[in-house]
Design a protein around this ligand. Structure first.
Ligand code: ADP
Length: 373
């Protein structure tokens, strides 16, 4: 470039490099936006003042909106839009961290919404929102639950009638039976009882999976509830000559807000397991207390334990450990799944520790919101 000195030339070169860099950034931005636009999920970006900077076309499709109409608008201007208002209520919450929530927009639209606060140097510089349409999964899930529940109900009556008939045959109400007949009837009774157990577990599953509708919380005397569970298994423990210890808390527990029937079921499943998987003359101990506004419960046994390589599957639906199948062939693998679901529905956590051939401790904690003495 004629007439340009060294410093001018270097300036022009810097400008050219800057332009190149700028074009590369623009190209990259377009590539990212094109990828976001092709996502299956709806996507929204807001600035620090909650003004919508970008909405991908899928967001518009899912919520029945024209994206251009919401772009550059503050969420406060959109709160009357029926489909958007539930999402706007979530965004308006003064929550500094990212979270996920399931929301029903209307009868035909259920969404899973992920709100992600974008934080730089501890300052919120914006929010990204990912919206996932889960309507079909929800409908499928509830149809499946209805089917399982209906089938289980249908099986319940004939199985109970068979149980009664077998009992009458065994106690001689229908006439004398030979030893050979007794043997066959007893085996049939065992299988029938297994089926009744399975059907009951399936009915329980249908109930607990329907979290929204089936939980009815009330003030519960937890100690009395545990005692009820223990009493229901007293004969079983006596038959197996099990040594039982009940470590009651020093001070009487206040009443706790729980779903009484569901909690009974969770405790019963844990207790039944402790008895089932503990050999004769073993020990079982139960302890609970309230610490740091949490109810802590544990049940310890000296039973068969869980093999190390199978521990991570123990709460899976239908899972039974290899040693449990050997010692107790009957079992559905649903009891712990049900118990964990119930604890989690109370915002609690459930876990266990176990050493094969030595014993296991199953425990849970539940936050106590309201306590009444
Ligand atoms: P089920 O007892 O009908 O098999 P559960 O869901 O109650 O089903 O338990 C799942 C599996 O977890 C059991 O099959 C067994 O392998 C293991 N398990 C549960 N409780 C205990 C326990 N107290 N001791 C040893 N293993 C246990």
């Amino acid at each position: 470039m004629e007439g340009f000195g060294r410093s001018e030339l270097s300036f022009v070169n810097q400008l050219k490099n800057f332009e190149k860099g700028y074009l590369a950034i623009q190209k990259e931005k377009q590539r990212v936006l094109a990828s976001i636009d092709n996502l299956q999920e709806g996507f929204l970006i807001l600035d620090a003042n909650n003004t919508i900077e970008y909405a991908n076309s899928q967001f518009g499709k899912i919520l029945g909106l024209v994206c251009k109409k919401v772009m550059n608008k503050n969420i406060s201007e959109l709160k009357d839009s029926p489909n958007l208002s539930p999402i706007i209520s979530l965004l308006a919450q003064d929550v500094k961290y990212s979270f996920k929530k399931e929301i029903q927009i209307n009868e035909n639209l259920i969404l899973e919404v992920f709100i992600n606060r974008l934080v730089i140097s501890k300052k919120c510089v914006g929010t990204s929102v990912v919206v996932h349409d889960i309507t079909k999964e929800k409908i499928m899930g509830s149809t499946k639950r209805d089917f399982v529940s209906l089938t289980a109900h249908q099986l319940n009556v004939p199985l109970s009638t068979t149980k009664l008939s077998l009992e009458m045959l065994l106690d001689g109400s229908l006439g004398k039976i030979t030893d050979e007949q007794r043997d066959i009837i007893e085996k049939t009774q065992k299988r029938n009882n297994m089926l009744i157990h399975l059907v009951n577990d399936l009915l329980d599953i249908a109930k607990i999976e329907d979290k929204g509708n089936s939980y009815h919380c009330e003030e519960v005397d937890f100690e009395a509830l545990v005692k009820e569970v223990v009493d229901s298994d007293k004969i079983e423990m006596k038959n197996k000559k099990i040594v039982f210890e009940f470590a009651k808390p020093e001070n009487k527990l206040p009443k706790i807000i729980l779903d009484r029937n569901k909690m009974f079921l969770a405790l019963k499943n844990m207790f039944d397991n402790a008895i089932k998987y503990t050999p004769e003359k073993g020990t079982i101990s139960v302890a609970f207390e309230i610490r740091n506004k949490e109810l802590e419960f544990k049940i310890q046994d000296s039973g068969i334990g869980v093999p190390n390589n199978e521990k991570e599957k123990i709460f899976d639906k239908f899972f039974r450990s290899s040693n449990a199948i050997k010692t107790n062939p009957s079992g559905s693998g649903l009891g712990l799944f049900i118990a964990k679901n119930i604890i989690e529905a109370h915002n609690g956590e459930m876990g266990f520790e176990s050493v094969e051939n030595k014993g296991s401790t199953f425990f849970f904690t539940i936050p106590i919101k309201e306590i009444k003495s």
